[in-house]
Write a new protein. Structure first.
Length: 540
């Protein structure tokens, strides 16, 4: 806790400048084919800060980052921290309507992207669909698109209708001053807006302060006991707090954070052989089990690995621990609103504790289990809704006081909507979700968002979405559909309607048609829909 107090009241920029002064030539970030020292990270961040200023992005303004994991993405985060701008990392798997919502709801002043993501995503075409009128904009440095009043510029690699070429921006930035410590924001100023799906029809922007990210990162570094020579491999996407928080924890200690544009098993093993990481942070079984079942696993040296982090049922956790006998497997619990992570296992917890619980709260956090109906606090071991509060709780949903008030009560407790318990030793256990949100391969998926999209089909009267187990993705969406009178539709036609319109991970994997709904007095009983489908799939 002493280390946390040392950084109390510190901004993200101040933290990184301090580490860079102490360890200028240490490797901060490593990607396949490229890496940055701490000295270079600050220098490149200053360049990105000047680019933000050249686009008119001032302190407190929001800007989007539609990029895969990359040095450039991290540099933009650092640039935001240096000048007090607010970065909005955007899921690269989203479709036009979803991108349009974030551009509008996030009030983005600028957007940084690339020409293509992977081999299949044409980003320019995607944004032209999302922002009608972009291709016809006469001045890409002063966009004026109906419905997106704040958006002034979109930066991409190479010229194109409506886009600012990254090379041109670099030249414009040369006229801007280099940011100094006097330009740093306050610890209470926002640094990030992370969009997360909940029970609403559209993702909501979670506002995270500078000081919150610093404090939770430092507390995480303490929990893991990160030394300066640690080398962390984390392939999680940087539009998730699971990557940004852990990267920040690693950077806070002057250690090395190893990542990749997107998870690829062969590339991961190449990185393992080159950097011999000391910590593996796949976190989700979709990644962890892919590694364990890969043909190169048996021939790869993992003797440097001291910690592996994974979140799974106990039987999978035990299998992962057995696969890394010389390392300590730990678990976690978190969400975006909780600055990424609320609890981690401790390295000295027993095997039983580390494989069956989510661990202990990080310093500064409080948690309770309440009866979701009465609000009464429940005894240790009793299941109920998890509520939590602490100085690193998110500041609320961006420009949405109604949703914020619905999530954070008058005493400052955030209601997670998750079914949990806390045992007599203070260890947190996760038992499922109370709220209508699916977890598909690590991605939050709002059932209401998918239902709202399906309802736009003229043949669909009502759709209800539930989650069903999946061996690879843990959980996948299944849709129950009631057709409009006289309409006809097949399962394949429903799936085709989703294809290319909503992100693939949100699209239903199963479709069933109903004429009557199982009802309580007022609501569809989704658990009965799920049970019916599970029985069918099990029998099949």
């Amino acid at each position: 806790m002493a280390h946390s107090q040392e950084h109390a009241g510190t901004t993200y920029a101040e933290l990184l400048r301090g580490v860079a002064a102490d360890r200028p030539d240490a490797i901060a970030l490593a990607f396949p084919g490229d890496q940055l020292t701490y000295r270079e990270l600050i220098a490149h961040g200053e360049t990105r800060a000047r680019e933000l200023r050249a686009l008119g992005v001032a302190r407190g303004d929001t800007f989007g980052i539609l990029l895969p994991n990359s040095l450039r993405l991290v540099e933009l985060l650092v640039g935001a921290a240096l000048v007090g701008a607010v970065a909005v990392p955007i899921n690269t798997r989203l479709k036009p309507a979803e991108l349009a919502h974030i551009c509008r709801d996030g009030r983005l002043r600028a957007l940084f992207t690339t020409g293509a993501i992977g081999d299949h995503v044409d980003v320019r075409a995607l944004l032209h669909d999302a922002l009608p009128g972009l291709a016809d904009a006469p001045d890409p440095l002063r966009l004026a698109i109906d419905g997106f009043d704040e958006l002034a510029a979109i930066v991409a690699d190479g010229a194109g209708p409506g886009f600012v070429d990254a090379g041109l921006l670099a030249r414009l930035a040369e006229a801007q001053p280099v940011p100094s410590p006097a330009d740093h924001p306050d610890p209470d100023d926002p640094l990030l807006i992370m969009y997360t799906s909940g029970t609403t029809a559209h993702p909501k922007g979670c506002v995270t302060r500078n000081g919150s990210l610093v404090d939770n990162a430092v507390a995480t570094a303490e929990r893991f006991g990160i030394p300066a020579d640690d080398r962390w491999w984390d392939p999680l996407p940087m539009f998730h707090m699971g990557a940004i928080l852990l990267m920040s924890a690693v950077l806070s200690r002057g250690a090395t954070f190893i990542s990749t544009e997107r998870f690829d098993a062969d590339e991961a093993f190449d990185l393992f052989e080159r950097y011999r990481p000391t910590v593996l942070y796949p976190l989700f079984p979709t990644i962890t089990l892919t590694l364990l079942h890969h043909e190169r696993f048996a021939t790869t040296r993992f003797d440097a690995v001291r910690v592996v982090t994974n979140v799974s049922p106990a039987d999978i956790q035990r299998a992962v621990q057995a696969a890394f006998p010389d390392a300590v497997l730990i678990s976690a619990y978190g969400m975006t609103e909780l600055c990424g992570t609320l609890a981690y296992s401790r390295l000295d917890d027993s095997l039983e504790q580390r494989t069956t619980t989510c661990g202990h709260l990080l310093p500064g956090w409080e948690a309770r289990i309440i009866d979701p109906d009465s609000g009464d606090v429940l005894a240790p071991g009793v299941r109920g809704e998890l509520i939590a509060r602490g100085p690193n709780l998110f500041d609320g949903y961006f420009h949405d006081p109604g949703q914020t008030a619905a999530a954070i009560d008058g005493d400052g407790w955030f209601h997670t909507g998750d079914l949990c318990s806390i045992d007599a030793d203070g260890l947190l256990l996760f038992h499922g979700r109370l709220k209508d949100v699916l977890k598909v391969g690590g991605e939050n998926v709002s059932a209401l968002e998918v239902e709202s999209f399906l309802a736009t089909h003229p043949a669909i009267k009502l759709a209800q979405v539930v989650g069903v187990p999946d061996d690879r993705l843990v959980e996948v969406p299944a849709a129950f559909v009631e057709l409009a009178p006289g309409a006809s539709l097949t399962e394949d036609e429903v799936l085709d309607y989703c294809r290319g319109q909503i992100a693939r991970f949100k699209a239903p994997r199963h479709v069933r048609f109903v004429t009557e709904w199982p009802m309580s007095s007022t609501k569809v009983q989704k658990f009965r829909l799920r049970d019916t489908l599970l029985a069918e799939l099990t029998d099949g």
